[in-house]
Design a protein around this ligand. Sequence first.
Ligand code: CTP
Length: 408
Amino acid sequence: MTDPQRVLLILSGGIAAYKCLETIRLLRRAGVAVRCVMTKAAEEFVTPLSVSALSEDKVYTDLFSLTDEAEMGHIELSRSADLLVVAPASADILARMTAGIANDIATTVLLATDKPVMAAPAMNVRMWHHPATQANLKTLQARGVTLVGPVEGDMACGEHGLGRMVEAQTLADAILDRLKRLRNADNTPSINELTGKSALVTSGPTHEPIDPVRYIANRSSGRQGHAIAKALAEAGARVTLVSGPTRLPDPDGLETIHVDSAEEMLAACRNALPADIAVCAAAVADWRVAGQADQKLKKEAGGLPSLTLAENPDILATLSKPGIGRPALVVGFAAETENVVDNAAAKRLRKGCDWILANDVSVGTDTFGGDRNRIHAVSEHGVEDWPEMSKEDVAAKLARRIGAYFRQ
Ligand code: CTP
């Protein structure tokens, strides 16, 4: 039995606080210990008694309570959790977090913590779009605070738009996902490690059109690239994710640019420069159809159509070229079926990137579209064999390596 992971849930004032009751229940059912802090405003929406009953723990509401301080000082409270979650995160608490104000127990705990912080914003659409709120969010994200939501929808105030807090289950899933990655300390980038850095990540397959309805594609799921974009954002980097068509939702807390073909992907990458870091995880099609048909190819036209292929631009090689705009660190992937490390080392030199993460995709491995990866990280210093792990853990480990690279 391992110790349960611990979440400190900070409820601020908003009608969405009612959703957190269900989130607490879901977390408890998943075996997570939940301790709650409530602002005065939160107490207007849900009662400490309900929160305490569901979390099966004492609820902290008062900074100057002698009993609370005797039981657990507020500094200790902020440090005894694996993850701090602010939900609902009102415009007010986000502003106070940004300014470093500590005028109640919730904000004091947030200022005193050395643990990762996640926030689920909930507010009126105009408050969400207000430049003050947007500027605050930018600052908080640059400090490593990750966001879940908000989503668009009808609001309690009668308006419609962006600002609704995500549903209880979505919030619980995001928390459990983050806790899972935090469990493996080696794979956890320390918070703020990449603050001030910008990163460009490519992900997913590309679709190369044959005619207006048909295309050439591959089986890439985009999971590895999306996980890397998320891990870099969690480490504080400003991330642009350039994604080919996938079934994955856009990760929270970063900018996702959707493209179809390799040429579009290259153009989007060029646009995203300058960047300090580039990670090319996309499975870019090596070829496109030369002279793509403007009209749908018809069977009646007689005979079998023959497709002439043209070589696609190599995005990784283009980004690795020395000159204006080369990111300080360029990382590529190599999918190999034999001589994995040798081929990857040759590919690193050929493409001019700094690191290649090679994975074995020979028969019997389940890398493409699968959940796990076994990486051999090749750099100028040699090869590091990583144990088999989930794509999320690979992403977190890579983020940690990148953090260490910039610390040197
Ligand atoms: N890549 C790219 N643009 C391309 C092709 C590949 O950016 N047009 C990047 C991929 O994102 C990945 C690396 O290059 O980071 C993989 O290189 P690639 O030569 O395609 O390797 P494999 O897919 O392993 O193919 P091969 O062994 O046939 O060269």
